[in-house]
Each structure stands twice: as structure tokens, then as C-alpha cells.
Design a protein around this ligand. Structure first.
Ligand code: SF4
Length: 272
């Protein structure tokens, strides 16, 4: 008996400015807090050594100036203007530090953590696509979480995705077929530790990860400086259970990255 096509709701496009706005607001609050600390500490510090308030004030100003510069750099990147890509690591560190504050601020404006994470991924993907990284298929690693597999499927695909019988019950079969067709590495990871091991072993130049907002956000930052692009999974059955992915989006993104085998295009390999 033929399978009935399942209607899967596609995720909406997260707004990039949401994340940038909340991180900017969190940075502003952080700057105010540093100013207050400095202001309250000035009398005591001057008694110890008259130059101390100046030194501490200088350090605080430098921290805030670098943070705002990182944000301006992100805005430039998102707006399609020239930006400094080497500052990405520092910006990620700053984002990690201020993300919990940004989430709390977001709540005041009715923005959920998931929306903020989705917005971060949109920004990160845009930075990735701006670099126009292209690699041979064998240097691309595609990683998906285990929840993409149909929960009732008896086949063990985490050791070898080729154990999948491609019955069409979930998107794993289509991904295995695409991997065979195009030649990229494809793995199904049960958690962050296994995902890191797979990245370490297969030594890719680019990672394409399929996951939820939270895992993509931490995963993209974890593998840096390895360039990584994220595709959000679709969760019609709730989190971590029988999830799906938009295969057209996955294919589109892979075709942007992989140099076709017969192409004479010069290989532009990223650092790392
Ligand atoms: S496509 Fe593969 S992994 Fe998915 S249910 Fe069928 S056999 Fe299992």
C-alpha cells in the first residue's frame, strides 16, 4: 500500500535584526553596569593610587568599544557591506557571554529564546554564505541528529547510515541517497560528543548541520573556526521525536558548497 504524503509545516524565516537588536541592548546594559562599578569604585581606588580609576576606566572603555565594534561589524555583514571576518571568534565569545541576558531582555519584548536562537542561526548562515566557500564533496560533512530517524525504525544508522533501507519512512533515506549521489560524508549523531568525534575523524573543511535552534547555535560555535552552516529541522511531533528537514533547502545549500566533480572551477578552500 502506497504511503500517504505527510504535510509538514515549514519553519518561518527568523529575522536577523532580532538577534542583533537584543545583543546590542544586552551590551548597552553591560556597559551601564561597568560604568556603575567604576563610578562607585572611584573614591576607594583613588585612595589606593590616584591613577587606578584612569587605568580601570581605560580597560572598561576598551572592552565596551571592542564589543560595540563587533556588533557594528555584524550589522555591516548582515547589510551586505564590507566587514572584518577575522573578528568572528571574538564576536562568538561575546555572544556566548551575553546570550542569557539577551534572552531575559527578549522576554520583556515577547521574544522567545527559540526565536533568538533562530535569528542567530540566520545571521551565522548569512556570514557563511557571504564567504562563498566551495569545497570538493569529500570535504563536506553533513550531520543530523538521531531524532530525524523514524522512532519505530529498527535499523541502526548511527554507526553506519547505509544500514538505512531507504523505505521513505523518514528523511534519512533521502539524505543517504543524496550523499551517495554527490559524494559528501553523512553521519547521524546521537549527541554533541559523538558529533565532535565525527568532525574530528572525517576532517571536513565545511560542516552542514541539521538540528534544532539550540543545538545549531551551540554546534556552530563549537566547531569554529571550521565554517558551519545550519539547516533547522522541522518538528511536527514536538521536539526530538520523528523530526523532518526540508530536503530542497538541504540540497540547495549543499549545491552552493560542493564543487561539481567535472567543474574546472578553482578550489577555494577555507582556513582550518
Ligand atoms: S528511511 Fe531508513 S532510517 Fe528512515 S525509517 Fe526507513 S529504513 Fe529507517
Amino acid at each position: 500500500m502506497g504511503k500517504q504524503p505527510v504535510m509538514i509545516p515549514m519553519p518561518g524565516r527568523p529575522k536577523k535584526r532580532l538577534f542583533i537588536g537584543m545583543i546590542s541592548l544586552a551590551t548597552l546594559l553591560f556597559a551601564l553596569a561597568l560604568f556603575l562599578i567604576w563610578y562607585i569604585g572611584v573614591p576607594g581606588l583613588s585612595r589606593i593610587q590616584p591613577m587606578l580609576p584612569w587605568i580601570l576606566g581605560g580597560i572598561f572603555t576598551l572592552i565596551i568599544a571592542v564589543a560595540f565594534f563587533g556588533i557594528v561589524n555584524l550589522v555591516l555583514a548582515v547589510s551586505g557591506m564590507p566587514y572584518i571576518s577575522i573578528l568572528q571568534k571574538q564576536t562568538y565569545t561575546w555572544i556566548n557571554l551575553l546570550f542569557p541576558t539577551a534572552v531575559r531582555l527578549g522576554k520583556l519584548f515577547g521574544v522567545t529564546r527559540r526565536q533568538l536562537e533562530g535569528s542567530f542561526i540566520a545571521v551565522s548562515n548569512l556570514l557563511f554564505n557571504r564567504k562563498q566557500i566551495r569545497v570538493p564533496a569529500e570535504r563536506l560533512l553533513v550531520l543530523t541528529p538521531h531524532c530525524l530517524q523514524l522512532a519505530s525504525c529498527p535499523h541502526k544508522i548511527t554507526r553506519d547510515p547505509h544500514n538505512c533501507k531507504r523505505c521513505g519512512g523518514c528523511d534519512i533515506g533521502a539524505l543517504v541517497t543524496l550523499a551517495d549521489e554527490m559524494g559528501f560524508h553523512f553521519f547521524v549523531a546521537t549527541g554533541g560528543t559523538l558529533a565532535r568525534q565525527v568532525v574530528y575523524k572525517s576532517r571536513p573543511k565545511v560542516v552542514l548541520a541539521i538540528a534544532c535552534e539550540r543545538d545549531l547555535m551551540s554546534g556552530i560555535q563549537d566547531v569554529y573556526p571550521l565554517p558551519a552552516v545550519g539547516v533547522l529541522n522541522i518538528r511536527p511531533n514536538g521536539p526530538c521525536y520523528n523530526t523532518h528537514v526540508d530536503m530542497d533547502e538541504v540540497r540547495r545549500q549543499i549545491e552552493r558548497i560542493v564543487i561539481p566533480k567535472d567543474s574546472s572551477e578553482k578550489k577555494e578552500e577555507p582556513h582550518g
